[in-house]
Design a protein around this ligand. Structure first.
Ligand SMILES: Nc1ncnc2c1ncn2[C@@H]1O[C@H](COP(=O)(O)OP(=O)(O)O)[C@@H](O)[C@H]1O
Ligand SMILES: [Mg+2]
Length: 323
């Protein structure tokens, strides 16, 4: 039995648009997602803003009802077995809220342990163990408002682990952290998975998913567009090379000309200071390089280079050139 499973999971939000003539609109956040995550996996859901990551996390953690389809965790249905399910999971949503800043880290954990009705004899051992594991031991009596962002986020994680959950949901847990704080958190998350917990983590950072996840689902517009190990996702661009150069004032018809070259899979143009950076994915960089002069006749190209594709390239190709 999978630890986490979605079957044709769909969610639409009904909102209104306009101030005077209020118009009802339906926004589809999840378009029938199928997903199966095995016990003990560290599974990453990777996608740009608005892809549906938070919506999916909220449904699995019973904070939001799906429109149709099914979501189960440990075989428990997120709609019908929500109380039994909640006892066996932990979750952390990104952002600052949810802690009492005037209280110490220790008092926060004691408060939430009470709220979650964890027996005192369990709490007495578990809280010091969590403080130790999350690198907060020694600072537990300081008020939370004196903590760094990284420490606050680790305290959030400690809160999410108070009930010793089998499955942990983390929605963009490193957002807003500095690089060191983010890395410390990733190390802890990896250790939790290595210790046997199933971890569901969302992120919009390709390198983060690559660094710690066993498997990844790439989500875009409420749909999974690729799924597999980081290395299998890299295969999307395996037989490709990348040609890059800088140019000033690239007209649209020239971009179309590049797209028309033989073996070209995609062309991305990104504004960078005064120039534009053009990235071409193609089967044969050498061929493309020799034809650049023809298509871009009269334009001056700078920093022309070719390189091997990276996981970032695979991600950009999967989610499209607009992001
Ligand atoms: N409460 C809401 N009401 C209306 N639309 C929403 C609401 N929450 C999210 N959405 C929309 O659903 C889509 C997915 O959002 P979300 O799950 O937050 O994506 P992500 O977490 O990947 O950024 C987006 O288009 C977003 O605008
Ligand atoms: Mg989100």
């Amino acid at each position: 039995m999978p630890a986490i499973e979605a079957r044709r999971l769909r969610k639409t939000y009904k909102t209104t648009r306009g101030v005077f003539r209020r118009e009802k609109v339906e926004r589809v956040a999840l378009r029938g997602v199928d997903l199966a995550i095995e016990p003990g996996e560290l599974f990453g859901v990777l996608g740009p803003n608005g892809a549906g990551k938070t919506t999916m996390t909220k449904i699995f953690t019973t904070l939001l009802l799906p429109t149709s389809g099914a979501a189960t965790v440990l075989g428990l249905d997120a709609v019908h077995d929500q109380w039994a399910l909640r006892r066996r999971i932990g979750f952390v949503f990104g952002g600052d809220r949810g802690l009492y800043w005037r209280l110490s880290g220790l008092d926060n954990l004691r408060y939430f342990a009470d709220l979650y009705r964890i027996p005192p004899e369990v709490t007495r051992k578990r809280i010091p163990a969590l403080l130790e594991r999350l690198g907060l031991a020694g600072r537990e009596r300081d008020r939370v408002e004196l903590y760094s962002r990284g420490m606050k986020q680790r305290l959030h994680l400690a809160r999410g682990l108070l009930n010793d959950p089998e499955v942990l949901f983390l929605d963009e847990p490193t957002i807003g952290l500095d690089p060191v704080g983010a890395r410390e958190l990733r190390v802890i998350v990896r250790e939790l998975a290595d210790a046997g917990k199933t971890v569901f983590l969302t992120t919009h950072y390709m390198f983060e998913a690559d660094a710690i996840c066993d498997r990844i689902a790439v989500i875009k517009g409420g749909e999974i567009v690729a799924e597999g190990t980081p290395s299998s996702i890299k295969k999307v661009v395996q037989d490709q090379g990348v040609v890059e150069f800088e140019v000033v004032g690239m007209p649209a018809e020239r971009v179309a000309g590049l797209r028309g070259l033989q073996g070209v899979k995609s062309v991305a143009v990104v504004d960078h200071e005064l120039a534009q950076v053009v990235t071409i994915h193609c089967s044969s960089p050498a061929d493309v390089m020799t034809q650049l002069g023809l298509v871009l006749d009269g334009m001056s190209l700078e920093k022309v280079s070719s390189r091997e594709p990276t996981l970032e390239d695979a991600y950009v190709q999967l989610i499209g050139e607009s992001s």
